[in-house]
Design a protein around this ligand. Structure first.
Ligand code: SF4
Length: 337
């Protein structure tokens, strides 16, 4: 079936080539069990009906506070967690119901980079063996030794080939993340999910890693889902940005559009907290959200943001706002827009 790009269709309704990734109505709920019989007493609605797509060579930034479900979206797409509902398609192929064996070819094309490179790298393996592992598992070295391929990757991500023999603890945080990137690039990678990939790094190192990711994207036509709690970080790397709140998308638009014309009160509040070079000249008013994010076990009725929204109206407490394209390529879920 041909795919229409955009969360629910291209603005002009045109049929276009399949996006790299398309997610429709994705839900991931976790059962809450209690008692000696482990009876299911409720569900954590971690992801609760999320739709978006990522084109080839595009970066979609996925932003939201911690616990909003953004990491679960990433892990569900990679099928590290099974979805409860919805469809996921990679280059037009529906992967939702595929088992481990059928997923193998897709696993070669989709990789993840984690926030904490140290805990995701086996401390007992040399950096070269970590990066070379995918070649050995999938037996793909294009007629060359895996060491040669790994040396090439090390150099491409800004490490020296002789560092292949070193162990993770011998590298700095930024270098460890470069090892994670090299590992993610080892096979025929087309889509990389970065789960807070620079959040644990110093600001100066963050910029270097982001620049490396952008260069690699240009060279290899990679698509990225870049997950972060930090709108300032996402701004630099993303083509489009999706804002997530309590398991649902609040807003999705091109980067420039979302930063200049945020339409959802939650996006406005997140943006108002982003530091600007000249705060006195900035027209942006700081919006401080009251209260904490409600529990995803019992999300509020109506609009999920209504318990913290400065513009809440009576109907927001009852009626869930529809996910609508209110301007070309600009999607939002709010009764006021
Ligand atoms: Fe705020 Fe209502 Fe819009 Fe929700 S629907 S964001 S509560 S104004």
């Amino acid at each position: 079936m041909p795919f229409v790009d955009g969360p629910q269709g291209d603005a002009a309704g045109k049929v276009v080539r399949p996006p790299m990734l398309s997610v429709e109505g994705l839900k991931t709920h976790f059962p809450v069990r209690k008692g000696v019989l482990s009876r299911v007493t409720g569900y954590v609605y971690a992801v609760d009906g999320v739709s978006f797509s990522i084109r080839k060579g595009e970066t979609l930034g996925l932003v939201g506070e911690s616990g909003c479900g953004k990491s679960t979206v990433g892990k569900t797409i990679l099928k590290l967690i099974e979805p409860t509902e919805g469809r996921m398609r990679v280059e037009g192929h529906d992967i939702t119901d595929l088992g481990p064996r059928e997923m193998r070819p897709f696993r070669r094309t989709m990789q993840i980079i984690f926030q904490d490179p140290y805990s995701s790298l086996n401390p007992r393996m040399s950096a070269g063996s970590i990066v070379g592992q995918p070649f050995v598992i999938h037996e793909r070295t294009a007629g060359r030794s895996w060491e040669e391929r790994v040396a090439e990757l090390f150099e491409r991500v800004g490490l020296r080939a002789d560092q292949m023999r070193s162990y993770p603890h011998e590298f700095s945080g930024g270098q460890r993340q470069r090892i994670g990137i090299a590992r993610a690039l080892a096979l025929n990678t087309k889509l990389i999910i970065g789960d807070e990939p620079v959040s644990a790094l110093d600001v100066s190192i963050q910029a270097q890693v982001i620049n490396l990711l952008m260069d690699l994207q240009e060279e290899r036509g990679l698509s990225y889902l870049f997950i972060s709690h930090d709108l300032a970080v996402v701004e630099h790397i993303s083509h489009r940005v999706a804002v997530m709140y309590l398991g649902k998308l609040a807003e999705l638009a091109d980067k420039r559009e979302i930063y200049l014309n945020p339409l959802h009160p939650y996006t406005e509040a997140l943006l108002s907290a982003v530091p600007v070079p000249d705060p006195a000249a900035s027209k942006r008013k700081r919006i401080v959200l009251e209260g904490d994010v409600p529990s995803p076990i019992a999300p509020p009725a109506g609009c999920r943001f209504h318990t913290r929204c400065p513009y809440v109206e009576p109907r927001c407490r009852i009626e869930e706002p529809a996910w609508r394209e209110v301007r070309p390529r600009h999607w939002v879920a709010c009764h006021l827009r």
